[in-house]
Design a protein around this ligand. Structure first.
Ligand SMILES: [Zn+2]
Length: 393
């Protein structure tokens, strides 16, 4: 499939999206009229999504226009993740991914990329996220993907990443919790779950996410989305994806943080080496994964409920199994606001501060501190007021 076919397929080339260099190039293209024709996009998408298990209505033109509209502010930290998820529904993964790839000019860089395979893969991936998980479901993935994109594009990390790195970073965010059971690794280990046995208790969840995501690529030729890479590039991309996803295990947090702190206070970090780029990408994905307390209160509030509800479900299972209840998971004896305060103070705050120092965007000073740090401060105050009984929510 050549670039023009890609462009026709990408569902977000409407005039509402302005300012992209890709769009400017597209306007010069001989197929420009066709590219701005929503009917054509609808037809293309409906004929391309062939995932056999995906039971959904064909995409209507009005629906696609609504989805376009929700994507207008996808570069902003305050983008409404849940609104997009609700409107895009079963189309959310493929459309978000393709929209982001367009922003980074990925299609032009990789002309051999097979878009059909990406669409099929992402549709199948979406089905692997359990809707009955309160927290680790497709919404968490959309949120993490968008946060990764915000760090790359708005905070400027793309300046020292290649197009291939960016493709890997976005794909890593999409797959990083694939087939999450809504239970922690510790639970799997303590109950001697087959996944804990298979991975010898070493990050069993994360090992499974990345292994199963690769299996999904290989299991069907129609979803072999990385087949355009030569052997050497494929080997590298696989290595990077495995490395990044496994390090989303929170047990790596303090190691990641201290290693990156050491590098920052050393000299000339990051350099244009694979090691430094991978360190930055791993850290940005980790931050994207844990950045919900730095979202606006109206969004963060919902994530608190979701996270604590998933914890409670595990706590109930532990009670039924007559094993010790994990920290923060005993509904009757857990103060959810205190849990969140501790999460902010011991995990999230330092990560965001480091990311702010690392941020290379020359146009803004402290953009991460402005967008995320402010929210953290405000949310912290709100949580404290709730603990002191001043506010109800
Ligand atoms: Zn996650």
């Amino acid at each position: 499939m050549d670039y023009e076919d890609f462009s026709e397929s990408v569902p977000i080339l409407g005039q509402k999206i302005g300012g992209d260099k890709v769009l400017k190039r597209s306007r010069q293209s001989s197929i420009k009229m066709k590219m701005f024709n929503t009917d054509h996009h609808v037809e293309r998408i409906n004929t391309t999504f062939t995932s056999p298990s995906m039971d959904r209505e064909p995409l209507e033109k009005e629906k696609l226009e609504q989805i376009y509209e929700t994507l207008e502010k996808v570069d902003d930290w305050n983008w409404d993740v849940l609104k997009f998820s609700q409107i895009a529904d079963t189309w959310c993964f493929p459309i978000l991914c393709l929209r982001l790839f367009l922003k980074y000019d990925i299609y032009r860089k990789f002309e051999e990329m097979n878009l059909d395979k990406w669409l099929n893969y992402l549709s199948a991936l979406y089905l692997g996220y359990q809707f009955n998980n309160m927290y680790h479901n497709h919404n968490h993935i959309i949120d993490t993907v968008q946060a990764t994109h915000y760090f790359y594009k708005t905070a400027g990390f793309e300046n020292f990443l290649s197009e291939q790195d960016i493709m890997v970073g976005i794909l890593a965010a999409f797959i990083h919790d694939y087939e999450h059971p809504g239970l922690t690794s510790q639970f799997l280990i303590r109950t001697k779950h087959p996944k804990a046995i298979r991975y010898s208790d070493i990050s069993p969840l994360e090992n499974h996410h990345v292994a199963a995501a690769f299996k999904l690529m290989d299991s069907d030729g129609e979803r072999d989305l990385l087949d355009f890479l030569d052997q050497k590039s494929y080997k590298l991309v696989r290595k990077m994806l495995v490395y990044m996803v496994i390090r989303t295990d929170l047990s790596y947090h303090f190691d990641l943080l201290s290693s990156i702190q050491g590098k920052i206070y050393g000299e000339n970090f990051p350099q244009d080496t694979l090691e430094d780029r991978l360190t930055v990408m791993t850290f940005t994905l980790h931050c994207a994964d844990l950045s919900k307390p730095a979202r606006s209160w109206i969004f963060y509030r919902g994530w608190i409920d979701a996270m604590m509800e998933e914890f409670n479900m595990q706590g109930k299972m532990e009670k039924e199994l007559n094993i010790p209840i994990s920290p923060f998971m005993d509904e009757e004896n857990t103060n959810r606001e205190r849990v969140q305060l501790a999460y902010i103070d011991f995990i999230v705050r330092d990560s965001i501060d480091i990311l702010n120092i690392l941020s290379p965007n020359p146009d803004y000073n402290n953009i991460i501190q402005r967008d995320l740090g402010e929210n953290l401060n405000l949310n912290r105050k709100t949580l404290q007021k709730k603990i002191e009984g001043e506010v109800k929510f």
